[in-house]
Design a protein around this ligand. Structure first.
Ligand code: ADP
Ligand code: MG
Length: 604
């Protein structure tokens, strides 16, 4: 065949392959356009999972009637005009490809009206050809209708799944956008039924509510709110408590300047931050927003813009890692923000249980305030002294018991031990209720954190191998070893380049004797080249320390004295990450007097 130029229709159909994969990708492009147009409310309406109809309606700026045909022209956009604009782009769109691509593979209509226009204008496209524009009815804003997606490209249509599946993709997509653009109202209607309604949220309370609307109470009730700033980067959002980890990486939302992205650098940083508190194979849940100077990130990497490239990936990596690591370190047992389940979530649980109990018994409890039930701490200490002999409370300071003149504000969050239950749990009385501690899990975490601190102090020593090992690597890797020997010695590795594609390993990190040092070194090398940093040695070391801590921790069925139990409670309060054991299980839980009273339908 001779070389010839493709027709516009065919060009658009080919381009559609890059951005339009399924109904959800159409919805993404259309809602993003609405958001770029400054809409305060966006309505998404679908029929048959979007395969029959997708209609997206907004109250944004609208398009001038004489510009409508341009909106459907390839590489025509109102969002950038120069390379400089592209480098600083903050709008979600900028390629000018979405509308012509979508129009090329569907029965398409664009209806739009600006605030100044007397009426709206409607432009239809079928079989790649635009019909003449017509006056139409529409309030200021824009509606786009996409019918029979891929009707003209049967090969693609066959790739579409069941209506339910396609709808689920749209639902997830709308959720992703709703989490990022909280000030805008978003609604989703499927086959005539209102499915989602995300109300606009601008204050922390309503943002929390929208978070719960999007991800459920389970996440909203078990997360830490974070906010960090530094080096021109700003990170905010919510991260799930380690004890609320998931079996799938399905609740991970990361936004760069309002755009949802999947990024290896980010994923890696988050995984590292959780490395110490999550059981293998579990995934953290998070919603994180990174704000960064748009000139420091390239968003023009992928046609559907799912990916970005950071100019300084290493700095972004370290910033995210440090922010999350710090937040997670604060998950001490007893710390307010680190309670395993939020008060409301627990309250709801109990309320539900009480409700069903009450209704079977045929009476409805009255609501009542139980805060007067809280005993002053002095009284608790007196009780404690009465039980375990006078003077215990004052003199037993080594076990961490507060002196008798302590007031409520100085009461230890985990309270005072009452007893041991079946050799497994410690029961402890606090200002407002009961705490139950899994003693092995708690002790294991404390031991682990101590070992880490002790190890961290002396740096990573290296021991020499009797027989150096030689490893085949790529030329790029060998170059790296030659150029940056200190990166390896800091980690306890002694390596040298011995040939263009060969390195020799002469020393390994002291504590890691016996592990597969070759594999570890190769992994470290890959990390250093790809990410500029690595925590593999630390991870390996921590794994080892974790195992040691587990073996050293008190076993079930060992009887503890009250003083020992109290000492453990005080240690937990003082230890980072003590809210969960080394495997990510919770170490303690709380039952407040209010919850206990509700269980017994008391004081109502
Ligand atoms: P891009 O978003 O990359 O600019 P599109 O093909 O998605 O490309 O849209 C082309 C142009 O049409 C946009 O630049 C914008 O000017 C206009 N447009 C599209 N959708 C809307 C909308 N909902 N409201 C206002 N203008 C819109
Ligand atoms: Mg667009």
């Amino acid at each position: 065949m001779p070389i010839r130029a493709l027709s516009d229709t065919l060009i658009n159909q080919i381009a559609a392959g890059e951005v339009v994969e399924r109904p959800a990708s159409v919805v993404k492009e259309l809602v993003e356009n609405a958001l770029d147009a400054g809409a305060t409310r966006v309505d998404v309406e679908l029929e048959e999972g979007g395969m029959r109809l997708i209609r997206v309606r907004d109250d944004g700026s609208g398009i001038d009637a004489d510009q409508l045909p341009l909106a459907l022209t390839r590489h025509a956009t109102s969002k950038i005009a120069s390379l400089d604009d592209l480098e600083g782009v903050l709008t979600l769109g900028f390629r000018g490809e979405a509308l012509p691509s979508i129009a090329a593979v569907s029965r398409f209509a664009l209806i739009s009206r600006t605030a100044q226009a007397e009426h709206a204008t409607r432009l239809e496209v079928e079989d790649g050809k635009a019909h003449p524009a017509q006056p139409a009815q529409h309030p200021p804003g824009t509606s786009v209708e996409v019918r029979d997606l891929f009707y003209s490209v049967p090969a693609r249509r066959r790739f579409l799944r069941a209506e339910r599946t396609e709808f689920a993709h749209v639902d997830e997509l709308v959720r992703t956008l709703a989490l990022a653009h909280m000030r805008r109202e978003l609604r989703l209607v499927h086959n005539g039924k209102a499915v989602r309604s995300y109300r606009p949220a601008s204050d922390p309370g309503s943002r929390q509510r929208r978070l719960a609307d999007a991800l459920g109470e389970a996440f909203a009730g078990q997360c830490l709110a974070i906010e960090h700033e530094g080096g021109g980067l700003h990170l905010s959002g919510w991260i799930g408590m380690p004890t609320a980890s998931r079996s799938q990486a399905d609740q991970q939302y990361f936004y760069v300047n309002g755009r949802a992205v999947r990024d290896r650098v980010v994923t890696h940083a988050v995984r590292q931050a959780y490395a110490d508190v999550l059981f293998h194979g579990r995934h953290p849940a998070f919603v994180l927003y990174l704000e960064i100077d748009p000139r420091r990130v390239d968003v023009n990497v992928h046609p559907a813009k799912h990916e970005v490239r950071f100019r300084d990936g290493r700095m972004v990596h370290d910033f995210i890692f440090r922010s999350l690591h710090e937040a997670l370190a604060s998950t001490r047992a007893g710390a307010a923000s680190a309670s395993p389940a939020s008060e409301t979530a627990a309250d709801e649980r109990v309320a539900a249980a009480t409700h069903s109990a009450a209704s079977t018994m045929g009476y409805v409890p009255r609501a009542g305030n139980q805060s007067s039930m809280a005993l002053p701490v002095r009284e608790q200490i007196e009780n404690y002294a009465a039980l375990y002999g006078p003077g215990t409370a004052q003199t037993d300071t080594a076990a961490g018991i507060v002196p008798a003149d302590a007031d409520d504000t100085r009461a230890p969050p985990l309270g005072f031990a009452l007893a041991q239950l079946h050799g497994v749990y410690i029961l402890s009385q606090t200002i407002d209720g009961l705490i139950i501690v899994d003693m092995h899990a708690a002790h294991e975490r404390i031991g682990y954190e101590r070992l880490k601190t002790a190890q961290g102090g002396e740096g990573i020593r290296s021991i020499s191998l009797l027989v150096p090992e030689s490893l085949a690597v790529s030329a790029r890797e060998a170059d790296f070893v030659e150029a940056q020997p200190q990166s390896f010695s800091e980690l306890g590795f002694e390596v040298q380049r011995v040939a263009p594609t060969q390195i020799s390993l002469r020393g390994i990190p002291a504590l890691l004797e016996g592990v597969d040092a070759r594999q570890l070194l190769l992994d470290v090398l890959a990390d250093l080249i790809e990410l500029g940093s690595t925590r593999r040695v630390e991870e390996q070391r921590n794994e080892l320390l974790s195992t040691m801590a587990c073996h050293a921790a008190v076993r079930a069925n060992r009887r503890l004295t009250v003083a020992e139990m109290n000492a453990l409670l005080r240690d937990m309060e003082a230890t980072e990450r003590s809210g969960q054991c080394n495997h990510g299980r919770p170490t303690w839980t709380r039952l407040s007097m209010t919850e206990l009273d509700r269980l017994f339908l008391r004081g109502r």
